[in-house]
Design a protein around this ligand. Structure first.
Ligand SMILES: Nc1ncnc2c1ncn2[C@@H]1O[C@H](COP(=O)(O)OP(=O)(O)O)[C@@H](O)[C@H]1O
Ligand SMILES: [Mg+2]
Length: 340
């Protein structure tokens, strides 16, 4: 890594942490998966995978997801990976301000101007307000505010609630303390999957003056409340004009030429209002300038983009070579914008 890199100490700490947590069985499973998918000899893939993790900052899942088994060294160098992304989050997302992004209620408060939808907080004693909110909107999304890693989002219909006392108590007991109106997505997104609100993940870096868009991924759901992979969702990368670069895929080995439910050809997808999306991301990136490196989840609606959430631990969305034929990733863009 060049001179003013990310620092050896955090890197070593991250590696040591990983080494302690390594699940040997899952490393073998991933090596087997990669070897099978790409017709390689498993032990060679396993050694390469371990070496890449130890010396090239490539997570095991990165290795599988971005088909490192078929990439040469120069191609691999262009890929953003989770260990590097984690270091960027540690360095550029100020610890004193991360809580705003970690707690979905706090996030909605701070970013309320950009949500463009109703929301409320469930509290002891506010059963009637909850009932009025849910009945008023017909269907709502509830969220567990902190740390549910893609599983803490739920959907309820007012018509299915029989006992409002029990409903309200249940929300409190399960920690579903944030209720939101359902976002209405643009027809071009509904054409792919109408039953899920399909979010666009824009990874961006705010350098104090300018917002740099580093990568754009479009997620698609399968009809469930959330478009996350835990709910069967998948994604495709978009180019700077908002056009899909190829079919969709996930981290579980699925590839989708077409959306399995709507038959929409994923490579034909064009995100509408891409210019408004850029302007919008620039606006939200300035709200908490101390948190510079963020994965923004936004939705394009008929009236323009709205904000779902910002992830200070931005995660990585990259090209999958075996699916798109594109053998390079987004790391040069990160390097140019952030200067590491
Ligand atoms: N208000 C909402 N209306 C409709 N769908 C939503 C709403 N909020 C979230 N979702 C769906 O749930 C997904 C996950 O929500 P999000 O708040 O990003 O939580 P997390 O990513 O932490 O699970 C979104 O990507 C979107 O598909
Ligand atoms: Mg999200």
């Amino acid at each position: 890594m060049p001179s003013h890199g990310l620092g050896l100490a955090p890197r070593l700490r991250y590696l040591a942490g990983r080494a302690r947590r390594i699940d040997v069985g899952s490393v073998f499973a991933r090596a087997r998966e990669s070897a099978r998918d790409h017709g390689r000899w498993m032990p060679a893939v396993l050694v390469d995978m371990l070496w890449s993790a130890g010396f090239r900052q490539v997570g095991f899942q990165d290795y599988v997801d971005y088909d490192f088994a078929i990439l040469n060294r120069a191609e691999r160098e262009t890929y953003m990976t989770h260990p590097v992304s984690n270091q960027l989050s540690q360095k550029y997302d100020h610890p004193d301000f991360r809580h705003i992004f970690q707690d979905k209620i706090e996030f909605d408060r701070v970013f309320s101007d950009f949500l463009r939808r109703d929301w409320m907080v469930v509290e002891p004693g506010n059963r009637d307000a909850v009932r009025a909110f849910v009945e008023g909107h017909g269907t709502v999304v509830t969220k567990e505010p902190v740390g549910q890693a893609g599983t803490g989002v739920h959907r309820y219909r007012a018509s299915e609630v029989e006992d409002w006392d029990a409903f309200h108590r249940g929300l409190l007991e399960r920690g579903e303390l944030l209720i939101e109106e359902v976002i209405r997505q643009h027809a071009d997104l509904a054409a792919v999957c109408p039953g899920t609100v399909n979010t666009t993940r824009v990874t961006a870096f705010f350098d104090g003056r300018q917002t740099h868009i580093l990568a754009i991924a479009q997620k698609f759901g399968r009809g469930a409340v959330s478009d996350q992979m835990t709910f069967g969702g998948f994604y495709t990368m978009l180019d700077d004009d908002g056009k899909a670069v190829g079919p969709g895929y996930d981290s579980h080995g699925h590839v989708h030429e077409r959306h399995p439910d709507s038959d929409f050809v994923i490579a034909d997808f064009q995100l509408p209002m891409i210019e408004q999306v850029r302007t919008f991301v620039d606006e939200v990136a300035r709200v908490v300038p101390q948190v510079q490196y963020v994965g923004w989840d936004i939705v394009v609606t008929p009236d323009g983009p709205v904000l779902v959430e910002g992830n200070w631990g931005a995660g990585v969305y990259e090209n999958k070579p075996s699916v798109t034929g594109i053998r390079t990733g987004h790391k040069p863009r990160y390097r140019a914008a952030i200067g590491f």
